[in-house]
Design a protein around this ligand. Structure first.
Ligand code: PHE
Length: 337
């Protein structure tokens, strides 16, 4: 029986060392209920009491040997499987990745932010007003009564007789002065609407940036100095500005303001249509009627206001000749800014 046990150990050992050994089959073959080693142990009864302890010890040893060998091989197989998996799933971290498309600001938003930053730097705060506005704020309180011809140039979209889409950001002047007593120093960027046909320089929706300063002793000199600082920061240090007399019902005196062409320096070129100057905004001293209507005494306080089209600034700054490009969301265009 001793030889039989040794023979089982040798055979099991040989089978277990085969590369593709079926561990479960081997376990059943030797250690299972009907296994060879189990059969030997079952026959122990036929041995003499003297032989039994020695043979029993060997049998146990063979069983432990086979069990350990199976456990050992099992561990190895697991390790191999993990190795294969790691090998198969290996990634080359030096390979170029998939680029993520990063968004960017729209040129209108970018320039608006630049404009805001310039004015914030000069002590202005940014306020917003409603786009759906009362006729009162958009026109009447700005010294534009019903039937005033100035309404024709800013024809807009009416919701009712008294409510419309604002045609300018100037109503924010009135809303601000009604709420806040001087000193006032605000800018107000936002969308405005006019019933214009779409073409290279017109759109029924565009953007303006309004400015308003009211305090004791504010003069046209303050307006000029401040607009000059704005123009130099926006278009370059050598930029000059020019005031041309104009008329707005809510400012007196009023002016249209040009900047010297930053492309040719004023000599005349394609960008400035040979003028040497580019018009960028309307401005003036706040009309006494407007101040009075907001409960501000024009004998004590004075102020200036200005309003500019943001599209106009963007198109000038980047030499864009068709406004429609700003609204078409063509990435080939927008990607350039
Ligand atoms: N609101 C005027 C426009 O849209 C511009 C302007 C603003 C003029 C403030 C004077 C003062 O044309």
């Amino acid at each position: 029986m001793r030889e039989k046990l040794e023979e089982i150990r040798a055979r099991a050992s040989a089978q277990l060392s085969e590369i593709n050994a079926d561990l479960e089959a081997i376990r059943i073959k030797y250690l299972g209920k009907k296994g060879e080693l189990t059969a030997v142990l079952r026959n122990m009864g036929s041995l003499s009491p003297e032989e039994r302890p020695a043979i029993g010890a060997i049998a146990n040893e063979v069983r432990t040997y086979i069990e350990n060998a199976i456990a050992e091989r099992m561990k190895e197989k697991k390790k191999d499987a993990l190795g294969e998996k790691l090998e198969a799933e290996r990634i080359d971290v030096t390979m170029p990745g998939t680029a993520v498309d990063v968004g960017r600001r729209h040129p209108l938003a970018k320039v608006r932010k630049e404009m805001e930053d310039i004015f914030i730097g000069m002590g202005f705060s940014v306020v917003e007003g409603p786009e759906v506005e009362y006729d009162y704020y958009n026109f009447q309180a700005l010294n534009i009564p019903e039937n005033h011809p100035a309404r024709d140039t800013q024809d807009t979209f009416y919701i009712t007789d008294k409510i419309l889409l604002r045609s300018q950001t100037s109503p924010v002047q009135v809303r601000t002065m009604e709420k806040q007593k001087p000193p006032i120093r605000i800018i107000s960027p936002g969308r405005v609407y006019r019933s214009d046909e779409v073409d290279a320089t017109h759109s029924p929706l565009f953007h303006q940036l309004e400015g308003l300063v009211v305090d004791k002793g504010i003069t046209m000199g303050d307006l000029k100095g401040m607009l000059e600082t704005f123009a130099k920061t926006m278009f370059g240090e050598s930029t000059r500005i020019r005031f041309r007399p104009h008329h707005f019902p809510f400012t007196e005196p009023s002016a249209e303001v040009d900047v010297s062409c930053f492309s040719c320096g004023g000599k005349g070129c394609r960008l400035c249509k040979n003028e040497g100057w580019i018009e960028i905004l309307g401005a003036g001293m706040v009309h006494p009627n407007v101040l009075r209507g907001c409960g501000i005494d024009p004998e004590v306080y004075s102020g200036f206001a200005f309003g500019m089209g943001i599209e106009r600034i963007v198109m000038t700054k980047y030499n864009i000749d068709d406004m429609r490009l700003l609204y078409e969301n063509d990435m080939r265009f927008l990607g350039q800014f």
